[in-house]
Write a protein that binds this ligand. Structure first.
Ligand code: APR
Length: 248
């Protein structure tokens, strides 16, 4: 069921805070792969070999190769923010209340589209950090096992600034505070398989009494938890939904 126009009017009149969660589906039409679709990343790679702290210890070359490939993909001139990323940046600029965008994506497309109030809860592909010192820095190119840290000089400690399976997602306190206070929660392009993000809809519903909306290509694993839903490609659904919210 879509969100009724009278509910939208109420949310707008109340300056209701909005929290948006995005996943790989929003970047699919920009040319980036999702994870769990038939042509997804986890159909070609084993999570335990490339996306865990244990994998980084046992086979750092393979882990670096995996992320170097994906980092290079972000520099492909064809990979650009799409209409869905741009619509969310517009919503942040024009909605009368706070809009917090929480993404599970490690690409930089929301930032390039102009979103500012943005949390990368699973980290950022174009940043690295050092496990020996407090270095956290932009890193557009390849990374190798032997690259010495530009800050402390030690080799072997540089890693992608991404959250691996078994690690704690970033900025959870700020995310839960916003979820507990929002009037509208929108989930876009995520399969709802990975926690804690998959549980955000229940927090928004139970703690804030928020209206909850799913915009996805198909019903996600948590589809029945949402009050409202629309199914189709993000580049069509998201601009239309944002236009309805803004009363175009
Ligand atoms: N428009 C909207 N949704 C789409 C589109 C599209 N064009 N294409 C695919 N989708 C949907 C799929 O139907 C699927 O439900 O996007 C979802 C993508 O799901 P996943 O591949 O599981 O990606 P995501 O939910 O972001 O994964 C969560 O898992 O592996 C980890 O850390 C990784 O952040 C990632 C997390």
């Amino acid at each position: 069921m879509p969100l009724r126009p009278d509910l939208i009017d109420i949310l707008r009149d109340e300056n209701a805070p909005i929290v948006i969660l995005t996943g790989a589906g929003i970047s699919k039409e920009s040319g980036l792969h999702t994870f769990r679709d038939p042509d997804g990343i986890w159909a070609r790679y084993d999570i335990s070999e490339v996306a865990t702290p244990e994998a980084f210890v046992s086979n750092p070359d393979l882990v670096h190769h995996f992320y170097n490939d994906r980092r290079a993909g972000l520099h492909d001139p064809d990979v650009q923010p799409n209409a869905a990323h741009l619509a969310l940046a517009r919503l942040e600029g024009e909605w009368p209340g706070d809009v917090l965008l929480v993404t599970q994506n490690i690409d930089d497309l929301h930032g390039r589209a102009g979103s500012k109030n943005l949390i990368h809860m699973h980290g950022e592909l174009l940043k690295i950090r050092c496990i020996h010192c407090d270095l956290l820095t932009d890193w557009p190119g390849d990374l190798a096992k032997e690259t010495p840290c530009p800050s402390c000089g030690k080799p072997g400690g540089l890693r992608p600034h991404v959250v691996w399976f078994g690690e704690m997602p970033l900025e959870m306190e700020r995310i839960y505070a916003a979820l507990g206070d929002c009037g509208l929660f929108i989930s876009i392009g995520t399969s709802g398989n990975v926690y804690p993000a998959a549980g955000f809809v229940q927090v928004a519903h139970e703690e804030a009494g928020a209206e909850t909306v799913e915009l996805n290509l198909e019903p996600s694993s948590g589809a029945t938890l949402f009050d409202h839903s629309r199914y189709g490609p993000a580049t069509e659904l998201v601009p239309t939904f944002v236009s309805a919210l803004l009363g175009d």
